[in-house]
Design a protein around this ligand. Structure first.
Ligand code: GDP
Ligand code: MG
Length: 596
């Protein structure tokens, strides 16, 4: 155990976490330079394109240190986005130490702080690393001062590197060996292993990533999940190298994988404790939480023929992503589909992209919503996450909606605009302090429903990219909410309904009508778009009829040109859904929530 180091890299997004991880892999001789391609750890296409790590992964690096001894360095990667902070906390709980990576040009950002606080909660030893020192705009001295004075971390331990050029990367690994403590634990005690990730392999079933704190596990053992008492026989255990490397056993202090013929990923929950059925541990490791979806949206296939494909696709995705939930749903406007729950908007977008890309589906997603608590006059409480299922308002006594605490880090000069944005979104209880000179850490309590759509984008744009943001769920609070309906040619489109605060209803209604007018293409007849609360129309827009026949331009002459035009029209249609007799494009459903 003396020669093991379990660590994580924590950073604000884009500060170079994946690049540094890949450098480590290369430096430990696991790939030749020719095999080395950017960002080995981010294996999903979407992750690579968007430069974010969605799921945590682990890799076991063999490293011969300058002292001549051989070490096993287990790097547990963490997701870098606010939607996934529970996953981050489970990954950190598997480690003794963390590298706090800070961009030499950007300095400390909101997620640098948020992740640092998480790491401190888990009592991790922290090594500050300043990355991107190759950049002309790098200011390592300034950032080092921030780290020392504002974060209170030991300046003597600060490492400087460039993950891009490789400069200084080896001394970061030396620091991991010399400054981080080895794991503790007793291989003779009953097994206690923390699950920090799981993914599905079509041939082997669920592959569990875990950290062993006590005890041992080997093929043939029967493991027990502490949260739901499910038991499985272990088929294989091993380490993560670039591929899985089977081992005879895993033992206290180690990080590795377990395969136990588990076909159902819902049994495997990050944060759960694994033990042995014959000799269980006394109690589960702390910190386990059920995943909590906070954003809901319904997904419908554009073509009703695709319903079965969508069902299969969602089942396949949930095999790998236990935080995605779905159940059957029907809409009068859109037909049959699924109501899905997500960890946040980014999670929603990733799922949408995967469905469209990997399963070649053309989809409509309804206006995202949060989960509301409705207290009815008959004394019962009803949870509603779909405005289409909102009951008759006269039966409702009061409504509560989820609130978050937002933490926003900005240069001082943006204080005014950020304050205004938060007030527009019904923010309350604002506080601020100066964690470092010239920077403000602004906290504010906001309804989750007001930030799910474009709060982060707005924040980025009003602060010219300097604002960073993180949030925690707080509680449910009473609000005066009403259901805003949209009618297209007199027909209510349930998929466009949303719950809004009464004071904002008119403005939101007008805004939705305007947006829809922009999004819905002109058709052969006039289209009326109306917004209504209860039975009262509060806004209206009209899309005038299209007169020109597209084919009229072609004078009957050029057949191939005609065909091309028709094909183009058809392709354009693929993302349209006919509601009543009006074709509504996919973009319209999300656009109604977007401000500008
Ligand atoms: P992550 O979001 O923290 O995983 O960040 P990435 O590793 O994806 O890096 C974000 C961007 O910064 C990418 O374009 C990298 O090529 C770039 N980058 C990472 N490390 C360095 C570095 O040391 N120097 C420079 N100039 N760019 C870097
Ligand atoms: Mg990354």
């Amino acid at each position: 155990m003396e020669n093991i180091r379990n660590f994580s890299i924590i950073a604000h997004i884009d500060h170079g976490k994946s690049t540094l991880a890949d450098r480590f892999i290369q430096l430990c001789g696991m790939v030749t330079d020719r095999q080395f391609h950017d960002q080995l750890l981010d294996s999903m296409d979407i992750e690579r394109e968007r430069g974010i790590t969605i799921k945590s992964q682990a890799i076991c690096l063999p490293y011969r240190a300058k002292n001549g001894k051989d070490y096993i360095l287990n790097l547990v990667d963490t997701p870098g986005h606010v939607d996934f902070s529970y996953e981050v906390s489970r990954a950190l709980a598997s480690c003794e130490g963390a590298l706090l990576l800070v961009d030499a040009a950007q300095g400390i950002e909101a997620q640098t702080l948020a992740n640092l606080y998480l790491a401190m909660e888990h009592n991790l030893e922290i090594i500050p690393v300043i990355n991107k020192i190759d950049l002309p705009s790098a200011n390592p001295e300034g950032v080092a001062l921030q780290i020392e004075e504002d974060l209170g971390l030991d300046a003597d331990h600060i490492q400087l590197c460039s993950a891009k050029t490789g400069l200084g990367v080896e001394s970061v690994l030396e620091a991991v060996v010399n400054l981080l403590p080895p794991p503790k634990g007793d291989p003779e005690k009953p097994l206690e292993a923390l699950i920090f990730d799981a993914f599905y392999d079509p041939f082997r079933g669920t592959i569990i990533s875990c950290r062993l704190f006590e005890g041992k596990v080997k093929a043939g053992d029967t493991i027990l999940f502490m949260s739901n008492k499910a038991a499985y026989r272990v088929e294989e255990v091993g380490f993560f190298r670039l591929t899985r490397e089977p081992q005879n056993e895993l033992s206290a202090g180690q990080v590795g994988y377990i395969i136990a013929g588990i076909k159902n990923i819902t049994d495997t929950r990050p944060g759960d404790t694994l033990t042995l059925k014959d000799r269980p541990c006394a109690k589960a490791l702390p910190g386990f939480q059920e995943v909590k979806q906070v954003v809901f949206s319904s997904i419908y296939p554009v073509s009703t023929d695709d319903y079965e494909t969508l069902a299969t696709a969602l089942e396949k995705l949930t095999l790998n992503d236990a935080s995605l939930s779905f159940q059957k749903d029907a809409s009068t406007a859109l037909g049959f589909g699924f109501r899905c729950g997500f960890l946040g908007l980014l999670h929603l977008e990733v799922v949408q992209e995967r469905l469209e890309r990997e399963f070649d589906l053309s989809l409509i997603l309804t206006v995202p919503s949060v989960n509301y608590h409705l207290f009815l006059k008959d004394g019962t409480m009803k949870e509603v996450d779909n405005p289409a299922h909102y009951p008759d308002p006269t039966t409702i006594d009061r409504v509560e909606e989820p609130y978050i605490k937002a933490t926003i880090l900005i240069p001082e000069r943006y204080m005014g605009v950020v304050m205004t944005l938060c007030m527009e979104r019904r923010g309350e209880n604002t506080h601020y302090h100066y964690p470092m000179p010239g920077r403000i850490e602004f906290t504010c309590e906001l309804p989750l429903g007001e930030i799910i759509y474009d709060f982060y984008d707005r924040l980025k744009s009003i602060t010219q990219g300097y604002g960073s943001f993180d949030f925690d769920l707080l509680d449910y609070r009473e609000s005066d909410l009403v259901k805003l309906d949209i009618l297209v040619n007199g027909e209510r489109v349930d998929a466009l309904s949303q719950l809004v605060h009464r004071n904002n209803a008119r403005a939101r209604g007008l805004h939705a009508c305007e947006k829809l007018k922009e999004e819905i293409p002109r058709q052969m007849f006039k289209i009326a778009i109306q917004a209504a609360v209860g039975g009262t129309i509060i806004g209206r827009e009209t899309i005038s009829a299209l007169r020109k026949d597209v084919l009229a331009k072609c004078y009957g002459g050029d057949i191939s040109r005609k065909r091309k035009l028709l094909e183009k029209q058809k392709a354009g249609k693929k993302r349209m859904k006919t509601v009543g007799n009006v074709e509504i494009p996919q973009s319209a459903f999300l656009a109604v929530l977007k401000s500008d």
